[in-house]
Design a protein around this ligand. Sequence first.
Ligand SMILES: [Zn+2]
Ligand SMILES: [Zn+2]
Length: 268
Amino acid sequence: MNQPFSLTVLGARGSMASGRRELMRFGGDSSCYMVRAGDETVFLDAGSGLVSAPPRFPKPPVVLLSHLHLDHLLGLGMYPGFDVPGQRARIFVPFCESEAEANALLDRVFSPPIWPLRLSAFRGEPVLLPLPDRLALGDLLIETMEGHHPDRAMIFRLSFEGRSIVYATDYEYEESSFETLADFARGAELLLCDAQFTDEEYPARRGFGHSTPGMALELLRRSDAKRLLLIHHSPSVEDETLLLRERTLEDRRASYAREGMTIELQDL
Ligand SMILES: [Zn+2]
Ligand SMILES: [Zn+2]
């Protein structure tokens, strides 16, 4: 029998978390997704959504940071799961070479006077490590590629028992990397792709590091993934607007991510 393999959206808002009532159908927490694969738990990014994740797991969780923009990071400072003695989480930090460099990078945010405590002060003593190109956690394989984003960002593919999730947040469509990304995402059951801007807004936002629904749908077609979740919703876009945008998506494999939703990969 297949082991559980699922993704839960803990925060799909981009750039800044917001608690406005008008955002609550899709959610206001910033980027964080929880993947359960057998007894492994992986958090994709650690925005404010991480704070509401369960605190205890059969094995210590792993956090993969796509990059260090604050909307992907701020949940680290308040996650109760780091405070469980004996549950030593590993946090993988991209674009650095050593444990010392990973610690120095995160200390820039999580140390006084910006934040009262360093991450190492949690009772679970989470460790910060440089992100490798590939990582195997039991039968869960994690592969990486660099996307296209200001200050750089990584894209992840997580494969488990023949099924895959691809997480392409903070990616701006660019011809030279797009074909590589389509190959990287080929045949995935679940593709998450940045679609912060509308196709109409995009010309004035070129270079900001985000894509549009049209670009994400093109990636869906070129990669032949089975399901697409559009992510990194702008904090200024209200539920009614996102619902309208969702109705105009011309591919029924595509929808906007909603905070709290869980997708079981076996069902795709
Ligand atoms: Zn972001
Ligand atoms: Zn970013």
